[in-house]
Design a protein around this ligand. Structure first.
Ligand SMILES: NC(=O)c1ccc[n+]([C@@H]2O[C@H](COP(=O)([O-])OP(=O)(O)OC[C@H]3O[C@@H](n4cnc5c(N)ncnc54)[C@H](O)[C@@H]3O)[C@@H](O)[C@H]2O)c1
Length: 466
């Protein structure tokens, strides 16, 4: 990556100018990311300090221990007054550092109880190692029996978003895992994701684990996608190629779709993983039918469908002609719906996964992107409406909304917009295609059955959007 702002910031005058523009000065550090397929114990070698006495906390500690983390549990409830005793973990020594902090806030009910957040994190936040992880456990605010308890549970999201912005400079993240009553047995995979290296560019987010989709039988950690067929559109390069590679690493057979110009990129993936390719333009009227025939003939069904192909055609609305509008909406939204509708009646298998690559542009909007913003928001609406229809068969439907990711698409942006897009997040850098691939792969695994109708932002806690 050519890091223009980083170069500039070495000059003290330029550094001051960058600061006065409100852009964070880039840090010359690389986030710790995963490499290759997941191990059977992906958290091995990491330490975590946890607080919680509920059955949810017990499930969370059991899951992280099983994934290989060494967990120290704070046994004393943090004092209501945060200046009093803060609770100590067995064997927790003063000055000792840790890789992760887990706080079970699911039983907090009154606004005074929120002092426990301060009581737990205040003395420990400085003990968090670089690339550290903070996870807060909560319950769905809308399901609480009193407005005050709903307020307390909703407060947790504001807490992690703010804390994420404080700890991002060290490459650390803070996220909220909201767990519905009865879904405690589905927290293992989301926790492994949020506490591990696969969520390096996910911060300030809420993942809600529920029971809307039927739970599958397996929750294998190693090679979770063995025997699965995964279709990825726009797979020849960029984010799509990274998604295909990650799904292939975890054992999936690949069905790769891209335009004829993308054949070489798809061939390079098929040389590494098992699968087939289909060179078609998704805007062709028969594209969805050709995909259906390919899947039916060669595989008799598909387990994972990733609708990733997308284009930008940026112009302010007054200057945008209809062809740019039509192309952007046609590829990003129309084709994604057509492919999914073609496959879903018969070919998306039980416990399947449908994932759409949306964008924070669809959540926040951008000038010059009325077409793109509409298409990416449309995907979220489609996923939310489709999810309840497929949940009975254990099929989940989710979106991943990337922030600024270093690809050929973003390399073609005007320089100033590109630098601003890259920097305005808590981690002060652009994400990599691998970050989106890691999020998609997590959502594609059997263990992610608790997440459906969800939009997962992978944006380093970008300032744009909710
Ligand atoms: N890069 C980012 O920062 C970013 C941010 C948010 C969302 N996204 C989304 O992620 C997805 C991938 O983006 P990318 O940055 O890798 O883009 P990219 O341009 O590098 O790759 C897009 C791929 O889609 C394929 N494609 C485009 N139109 C097609 C068509 N009509 N038929 C078949 N294939 C077609 C292209 O050939 C290409 O291989 C897109 O949906 C994009 O909107 C990207």
């Amino acid at each position: 990556m050519s890091d223009y702002l980083l170069e500039l910031a070495r000059n003290p005058y330029a550094k001051q100018a960058i600061r006065s523009l409100g852009l964070p000065i880039p840090l010359p550090r690389t986030l710790k990311r995963g490499d290759g397929a997941d191990a059977a114990a992906p958290l091995a070698g990491s330490t975590m300090t946890a607080y919680g006495t509920s059955k949810l906390a017990a499930a969370a500690v059991a899951a992280t221990t099983e994934a290989g983390a060494v967990v120290k549990t704070v046994s004393v409830q943090p004092a209501a007054s945060s200046d009093e005793a803060t609770g100590t973990a067995e064997g927790e020594a003063a000055g000792e550092t840790t890789d992760a902090l887990l706080f079970d806030a699911s039983s907090l009910r009154s606004s005074a109880d929120l002092a426990q957040l301060h009581g737990f994190f205040h003395p420990r936040v400085r003990t968090l190692n670089a690339d550290g992880r903070i996870v807060v456990l909560g319950r769905p605010p809308a399901k609480q029996d009193s407005p005050e308890t709903a307020a307390v549970q909703r407060a947790l999201l504001g807490f992690v978003k703010s804390l994420g912005k404080e700890i991002g400079r060290k490459g650390s993240t803070a996220n909220l895992l909201v767990v519905a009553e009865g879904a405690e047995d589905r927290v293992a995979a989301p926790l492994r994701f949020l506490l591990g290296v696969r969520s390096a560019f996910v911060s300030g987010q809420q993942l809600t684990v529920g029971t809307a989709a039927k739970r599958g039988a397996s929750d294998a950690i190693a090679q979770p996608l063995a025997g699965k067929v995964a279709l990825v559109t726009g797979a020849a390069r960029g984010i799509g190629a990274a998604i295909a590679a990650r799904l292939g690493e975890e054992g999936a057979q690949l069905v790769l779709v891209d335009r004829p110009e993308g054949q070489a990129g798809m061939d390079a993936l098929i040389a590494r993983f098992s699968g087939t390719t289909l060179a078609i333009d998704l805007t062709d009227p028969d594209a969805a039918d050709r995909i259906l025939t390919h899947v039916q003939t060669l595989y008799d069904g598909v387990d994972i469908v990733v609708n990733n192909a997308g284009v930008t055609r940026d112009r302010t609305l007054a200057k945008m002609d209809a062809s740019w509008w039509d192309l952007c909406l046609g590829v990003n939204l129309g084709a994604a719906i057509a492919v999914t509708e073609a496959l879903r009646p018969k070919l998306i298998r039980r416990d399947g996964r449908v994932i759409f690559i949306s964008s924070i542009g669809g959540l926040a909007g951008n000038p010059g992107q009325t077409n793109y913003g509409a298409s990416k928001a449309g995907l979220i609406g489609y996923a939310e409406a489709l999810a309840p229809k497929l949940g009975r068969r254990g099929v989940t439907v989710n979106c991943v909304a990337p922030g600024f990711i270093e690809t050929e698409m973003t390399a073609s942006m005007p320089a100033v917009l590109r630098e601003a897009g890259r920097r305005l997040n808590a981690l002060s850098q652009g994400g990599l295609p691998q970050d989106i691939a890691d999020a998609v792969t997590f959502l594609a695994t059997p263990g992610a059955s608790g997440l459906t109708a969800h939009t997962l932002r992978v944006c380093g806690l970008h300032t744009a959007g909710a």
